[in-house]
Design a binder for this molecule. Structure first.
Ligand code: ASP
Ligand code: MG
Length: 434
């Protein structure tokens, strides 16, 4: 008998019909002789609606109360799911994050899991019940308050439960059939991957892929949890995310090993795009030691997460240079404020804020051993008439910044250029990607 953790996102439990459909899938898994633990998200867009409500009563809602509010979304879906399972003649018990022993740090809105003590879950499993746990929420021992894990946190809940209960697999259900070579909503010819390495998945998630949350993948890699990303709208096999030393349970092969001996895996595994970043250019910075340090010390103080940085050799005025960097859109206002306040001491000429950019990244472990990978990317964009504004690379990734309006076309062109196009269009079942 296996222990299977299943996570269902908001789009999989959007209404009563969907909840019944998910309940049936859970019951099928249980009936096949498995112990089942489920982590569930709030129904549909509930979390967004609750955030809207909060904004209507307070410009800056108190973080503690916001977590109280948001955690209610998952309580609704967990209870309904348990009821639906009951009416199919099976035992099910729902638990809040704190009842499930999800112990977190005290940071409201972005708490991290520090311990999982699933005593009550084990009892329920021993009683033969299906266990349903509210995703996205936890409890801090010092403040004795409810916390939430940050948007998309139910993935992390599921992986943490799988680790704590030593589950055989953590199935993460969404409205697409698994991890694709690109977002199938943007690149219809995207291809489903059978496996992806955790390392590649982390790069894809960090660069805009929304199908799995980065913190969940990190947690899984650290704790050796096998993730199976698949659709709740079909019974198709999905994508296995393989950490160090893990093998594809269907074939017992490690990721990256090809069926045909001597045949190599494609160098590029996937294409990710991201419209959530903005670009700030500090124009006319004195080209002397210490300028970059001064700028980025200020930026760091705001807590903004900087991604790409480009310094031009020389700007229009002699002895000066331009420094551009990208950061999350919502961090830009504070960074602009901080830089403006210190304009005189840094000695730059002006600031340019651009929130109409898009970032396109190609990711593949094969880049370590192949040269010339970037040429294909640059050529594809040039043929599509798309201008590149910034370029950055890591060991297994190349990213470029282009106009936001060009991002969809860029993704399709690059996907095709790396030979990733499938013959048939990918199926998207619901439309949110979660
Ligand atoms: N309901 C939360 C959100 O929408 C958590 C999740 O869906 O994973 O972010
Ligand atoms: Mg959600």
């Amino acid at each position: 008998m296996a222990l299977i953790v299943q996570k269902f996102g908001g789009s999989s439990v959007a209404d009563a019909e969907s909840i019944k459909r998910v309940a049936k899938r859970i019951v099928d898994t249980r009936r096949a002789g498995n112990d089942v633990v489920v982590a569930v998200s709030a129904m549909g867009d509930t979390t967004d609606e609750l955030l809207d409500l909060a904004a209507q009563v307070a410009p800056i809602p108190a973080p503690r109360e916001l977590d109280m509010l948001l955690s209610s979304g998952e309580r609704i879906s967990m209870a309904l799911l348990a009821m639906a399972i009951h009416s199919m003649g099976y035992e099910a018990r729902s638990f809040t994050g704190s009842q499930a022993g999800m112990i977190t740090t005290a940071d409201h809105g972005s708490a991290r899991i520090v311990d999982v003590t699933p005593v009550r879950l084990r009892e329920a499993l021993d009683d033969g019940a299906v266990v349903i746990v509210a995703g996205f929420q936890g409890f801090n021992r010092d403040t004795r308050d409810i916390t939430t894990l940050g948007r998309g946190g139910s993935d992390t809940t599921a992986v943490a439960l799988a680790a704590a209960l030593n589950a055989d697999v953590c199935e993460i259900y969404s409205d697409v059939d698994g991890i694709f070579t690109a977002d199938p909503r943007v690149v219809p010819l995207a291809r489903k991957l059978d496996t992806v390495t955790a390392e590649e998945m982390l790069e894809l998630a960090a660069n805009g892929a929304k199908v799995l949350y980065i913190r969940a993948v990190e947690y899984a890699r650290r704790h050796g949890v096998l993730i199976h990303a698949r659709s709740s709208f079909s019974s198709n096999d999905g994508t296995y995310v393989l950490g160090e030393g893990m093998t594809d349970p269907r074939t017992s092969k490690e990721s990256g090993m090809s069926d045909v001996i001597g045949m190599e895996e494609p160098v590029v595994t996937g294409v990710a795009h991201d419209l959530s970043q903005a670009k700030i250019t500090v124009v006319g910075v004195p080209d002397v030691p210490g300028s970059a340090a001064a700028i980025f010390t200020l930026v760091a103080k705001t807590g903004a997460n900087i991604d790409m940085i480009v310094q031009n050799v020389q700007s229009a005025s002699p002895g000066r240079t331009d420094i551009s960097f990208t950061l999350p859109k919502q961090s830009a206002p504070e960074v602009l404020r901080a830089l403006t306040a210190d304009q005189e001491s840094i000695g730059y000429e002006s600031l340019v804020h651009d929130d109409q950019i898009g970032k396109l990244s190609v990711v593949g472990a094969g880049m370590r051993t192949h040269s010339g990978v970037s040429v294909t990317l640059f050529e594809a964009l040039s043929q599509a008439g798309i201008n590149i504004e910034m370029i950055s690379t890591s060991e297994i990734r190349i990213s470029v910044v282009v106009r936001g309006d060009d991002i969809n076309e860029a993704a399709r062109a690059v996907h095709s250029a790396y030979g990733l196009d499938s013959e048939i269009e990918a199926t998207v079942y619901a439309g949110t990607g979660r």
